[in-house]
Design a protein around this ligand. Structure first.
Ligand SMILES: Nc1ncnc2c1ncn2[C@@H]1O[C@H](COP(=O)(O)OP(=O)(O)OP(=O)(O)O)[C@@H](O)[C@H]1O
Length: 813
């Protein structure tokens, strides 16, 4: 503790003064001189905020307790919650039920409403028509008074953000508006109170000063509450927008149409091509939602301020002053708008470049092993540096442009407008000063003092309001930059939605000029008698659509139920392309394709995909653990499957099925393929399409796996370039180098005979080889001088031939 006696004289005096002042406050309050009006605005507002806070607190606590109780019941119902990870089930009403692991062996349940597929079909035309309208507008610019591409785009996206009036986002938006108005009103009260406090101070009216100080502290509570509420609602609104938009996109992106695949091939249309779509879905949407919700507070608040303050100031300063202020605002706003660089475009370019850099890094991570083997560090570094340099150049350019603009903007908005504010706030004071001068002598001194205090109070209020007005105006101007940035984000999000709608169309043909080509092929699903191709062309989807040349001549074959087909052909002849068309990844331009139900078919791609998750998830992919339980299977069954594909040691090694690893890096090439076959056994489809699915396993394991599939009664269509696989198949479709094809029934009498004949021929040739090997040994012995036991059939001529071939120089031996 510092004793007062130890301080210097001046400091001691200061402290004494403060203590005296405090004492005066206490005494005045004790003497009940300070009269608090309990019906005054600050008190009412304070109490209202207090009650509202308590009300909300009780409501949210009850709600949390209810949610926790429901989760408790749910976790009790589910025996092994820790095993349920990211699983989803479709409920009867079409909504999706998702269980999300919360750690501590607990899960929470989330319901995602059923997507409205009709809406996507209808919305497609909004995006298509937008571009058609834009083209028309560009062609005939006359006659259209007002057209804003940005506002048109935003109005279309708005339908996703707020799909109907009675929804969560509407209530958030209305609450936001309420708090924005409340804040402006509170600012007015604060300005008045400010003026009052200064007036009391000048008048040295301790009683009123204390009262107003109490009011000030009381009103600070609702004011702070309102400010926090605006920020809170801002974040919640952004989250609400993002949820709606992301769900809308996910529903289109990840449904049966497989837009995620089609978008990746959407390279034909240079305007529509979405590079780094992952960045569009993650970063761009988030930025768009943040900047849109932020704009409500950054524009809404100054806008409401401008209206409120100017109405109030008009009463104090007169209409002329308000017109003067707004004329100044308008002129500077127009000038500044002209000087504003294209921030939206710049920010959209930066996002694009950042995406490129991010993806190059991701590519390095995903392929680190391969790059390591190739010793490709240097070239990867060069590429990364190049992309980074592009990004840095752009950011530099942006910083430079922003600097110049920043100087002008700050000078005009911060200082010129404030100076203008001072002038107008001071006007009534100066005018009052000038006007009563003639009667100066007649006015008594006391009245003059009262007038001065009044003037001071009015000046303080006006100054505060004027500065707030200038601040509101400048914030509105600053938000032009935000609007510009929002324009860039909106354009990117709109482009994403347009492309998704384009590829989502069933008639989408991958990049023809308008994206919707002539797809005339007929697909007959639920075909019960195997698979049938009639005049089936294999066409690579491209700008020419169905008109481009098929990879090989059109096929017409029928593989009956229970039979297996082998498709043979050299690299790049189009084997995988057949499965792409059958699986619906590529469009079917012409002909007829009859195939079983989608549920009865399973495709094993050349490159096995491993999902993030545990060992179990790898076997049951694409099913979830919940699905597995519903299908009546358990972990014992999975162990049985692992044994069948000779991978049971994995379970022993890893310990249990719940081990989570990056499985693509853990499994060897052969293990990956055996794991794929395990998936087939789990799914047990009628047909499986195997695309080089056994080329990494040894021939004995390959034999075993094919026999396993046969014993399980699973039919297969195998794509390969190894004729050896014929023995497991009934038919072979061989694609030749000249794009022709040959179809053989390996089980026909004729074929069986020719195979027998071929086997005999091979056996004869093998026997011959054995004879030749024996003779060769005899000759070697002869040449080495050990001629005692040469076979009679061996000849000197053969020896000479061998001698010449092996380049010996002397025949002395
Ligand atoms: N998206 C695409 N754009 C352009 N060409 C493609 C595309 N996809 C495949 N192709 C081409 O189509 C041809 C057939 O490819 P496909 O993958 O069907 O061959 P494949 O017979 O399965 O070859 P492999 O035996 O090497 O697996 C190839 O020449 C390939 O380059």
């Amino acid at each position: 503790m510092v004793s007062i006696s130890t301080l210097t004289g001046a400091k001691r005096q200061d402290i004494k003064n403060v203590l005296l002042l405090l004492q005066e406050f206490v005494v005045t309050y004790k003497d009940n001189k300070v009269k608090i009006n309990y019906q005054s605005r600050p008190v009412v507002l304070f109490l209202a905020t207090l009650y509202a806070t308590a009300g909300f607190g009780i409501y949210f606590t009850l709600r949390n307790l209810l949610t926790k109780y429901n989760e408790y019941l749910l976790n009790k119902k589910i025996n092994r919650p820790a095993l349920i990870r990211q699983s989803s089930t479709i409920l009867k009403n079409g909504s999706r039920e998702i269980f999300i692991s919360k750690g501590n062996n607990k899960v929470s349940r989330i319901i995602i409403p059923k997507p409205n597929l009709d809406q996507y079909a209808a919305d497609k035309y909004l995006y298509k028509n937008f571009y058609i309208n834009q083209q028309i507008i560009q062609q005939s610019s006359k006659g259209i008074i007002f057209n804003s591409k940005f506002l048109n785009q935003l109005s279309i996206i708005w339908g996703i953000l707020i799909p109907k009036f009675y929804c969560k986002n509407t209530s958030l938006l209305l609450s936001q508006c309420f708090f924005l108005i409340l804040r402006t009103w509170l600012s007015l009260l604060v300005a008045k109170l400010d003026g009052q406090i200064v007036k009391n101070l000048i008048a040295a009216n301790g009683k009123k000063f204390s009262r107003d100080l109490i009011y000030w502290l009381l009103i600070a509570f609702p004011a702070s509450y309102t400010n926090a509420a605006i920020k809170y609602l801002d974040n919640r609104l952004s989250l609400g927008f993002r949820t709606n938009l992301t769900r809308y996109i996910h529903d289109m992106y990840l449904d049966k149409v497989m837009s995620y695949y089609k978008v990746s091939l959407n390279t034909g249309d240079p305007n529509g091509f979405l590079e780094n779509i992952d960045q569009y879905i993650t970063e761009d949407i988030s930025k768009f939602c943040n900047s849109l919700s932020g704009l409500f507070s950054s524009m809404g608040k100054p806008f409401i301020d401008l209206i409120f303050f100017s109405v109030y100031l008009r009463d104090n300063l007169g209409t002329g002053a308000i017109i003067g202020i707004f004329t100044n605002y308008f002129i500077t706003a127009v000038l500044l708008k002209r000087a504003t660089p294209p921030f939206g475009k710049l920010s959209s370019q930066r996002t694009h470049l950042e995406g490129q850099y991010f993806n190059k890094q991701l590519n390095l991570m995903n392929n680190c092993e391969e790059i390591g083997f190739y010793k490709g560090s240097l070239i990867e570094k060069t590429k990364l540096n190049h992309t980074f340099k592009n990004l840095m150049n752009h950011v530099n350019k942006e910083i430079n442009i922003s600097f110049n603009y920043g100087v002008i903007e700050d000078y005009v908005l911060k200082y010129t407008w404030s100076a203008w504010g001072y002038i107008f706030a001071g006007l009534p004071v100066f005018l009052d000063e000038i006007w009563p001068k003639q009667e100066k002598d007649t006015i008594n001194k006391e009245a003059q003092k009262v007038d001065e205090r009044k003037n001071m109070r009015q000046f303080i209020i006006n100054k505060r309001l004027m500065l707030s007005l200038a601040d509101a105006g400048s914030r509105l101007m600053y938000s032009i930059k935000d609007v510009n940035q929002l324009t860039g984000h909106t354009d990117r999000v709109f482009n994403l939605l347009t492309q998704l709608h384009k590829v989502h169309s069933p008639r989408y043909d991958f990049g023809s000029k308008y994206g919707y080509g002539d797809i005339h092929g007929t697909i007959q699903n639920n075909f019960s008698d195997g698979i049938r191709f009639e005049n089936f062309p294999v066409i690579i989807p491209n700008v020419n659509g169905g008109e481009s040349t098929p990879l090989f001549k059109e096929i017409s074959i029928h593989i009956k139920q229970g039979k297996n087909l082998l498709i043979l052909g050299p690299n790049g002849c189009g084997k995988t392309s057949i499965s792409r068309i059958v699986a619906g990844l590529w469009p079917f331009y012409r002909g007829l394709l009859s195939k079983p139900n989608d549920d009865d078919m399973f495709y094993l791609p050349q490159k096995t995909y491993f999902t993030t998750g545990n060992l179990r998830d790898q076997i049951i992919y694409p099913y979830t653990y919940n699905d597995m339980l519903e299908m009546g299977y358990n972990d014992d069954y999975l162990y049985h499957i692992l044994r069948e594909v000779k991978l049971e040691y994995l379970l022993k090694r890893e310990g249990n099925f719940n081990v989570v690893k990056d499985w693509k890096d853990v499994f060897s090439g052969g293990e990956k393929q055996r794991m794929s076959i395990a998936r087939v056994l789990f799914k047990h489809p009628k047909y499986v399409i195997l695309d080089e699915s056994t080329n990494a396993v040894s021939t004995d394991v390959e034999d075993y796996l094919f026999e396993l599939l046969q014993t399980k009664g699973i039919n297969f269509i195998t794509m390969s370039h190894r004729p050896l696989l014929m023995k497991y198949h009934d038919f072979v479709l061989e694609i030749k180098d000249d794009r022709s094809w040959e179809f053989q029934d390996l089980t026909s009498e004729e074929n069986l005979k020719s195979i027998d004949k071929e086997i005999k021929e091979i056996e004869t040739k093998l026997a011959q080889v054995e004879v030749w090997e024996k003779r060769k040994q005899d000759i070697e012995l002869f040449l080495d001088g050990k001629y005692n036991d040469i076979n009679e059939e061996s000849s000197i001529d053969m020896g000479v031939e061998l001698y010449r071939r092996e380049g010996r120089t002397s025949m002395s031996s």
